[in-house]
Design a protein around this ligand. Structure first.
Ligand SMILES: [Zn+2]
Length: 199
């Protein structure tokens, strides 16, 4: 991830100065830490768009490698006794893209970290609004109750995997569903973190 003088220790958001993070101060998060491979800025943003919208699956191992290096840099490897849980996309985006970018990335990351991937435990309700055009506050409201788990998962630790973190609200709601199903501690990993200026 690009070096940046100020970054939220909790969610990796690049900050303009030492001010507190808008994503982590306004709400009590249900997850411990979010790590991303890189910031969602030029030129890597276009690579991610090619992956998501251009069916370039071959980029997933490279993204997993970049995240692996970031985890090495942060000295949080090895990770044991955990599993990866991809954030499910909406049915319409699955039909449009033909795959779930978060799930494909989780599969590659699982190989790299030697952790199992649980693909079907976290589910998404289908009645929610498309989030990409909403403000931070509207996203938080729209994603409340968006996810649920299909069964109990009594495990001490799990890692949510997503493609792009725009605000923490989506991941936090997914974490809330995992907590309700029995997971005690939850972290999250993503390919990219959107800088605050994009919102
Ligand atoms: Zn933060």
């Amino acid at each position: 991830m690009q070096t940046h003088p100020y970054r939220c220790q909790h969610c990796s958001l690049a900050l303009p100065d030492q001010r507190s993070c808008p994503d982590c101060t306004e709400q009590a998060l249900h997850l411990n830490k979010i790590v991303a491979a890189f910031d969602y800025t030029h030129p890597l943003d276009s690579l991610l768009m090619r992956y998501k919208n251009g069916l370039q699956f071959g980029l997933a191992p490279a993204f997993a490698e970049l995240l692996y290096r970031q985890l090495q840099y942060l000295q949080i490897l090895p990770i044991t006794n955990s599993c990866l849980i991809p954030v499910p996309g909406s049915r319409s985006s699955l039909v449009r893209r033909g795959f779930n970018p978060a799930a494909e990335f989780a599969q590659q990351l699982g190989k790299k970290l030697q952790l199992p991937v649980e693909h079907f435990v976290l589910r998404r309700h289908e009645h929610h609004l498309k989030q990409s055009s909403l403000s931070r506050q509207a996203r938080r409201a729209a994603s409340a109750g968006l996810y649920y788990c299909s069964r109990r998962i009594d495990i001490p630790h799990a890692i949510l995997v997503d493609d792009i973190v725009t605000t923490c609200s989506t991941l936090d709601n997914a974490a809330q569903a995992l907590r309700a199903a029995g997971v005690q501690h939850i972290d999250a990993m993503a390919i990219a973190r959107t800088p605050d200026t994009f919102i």
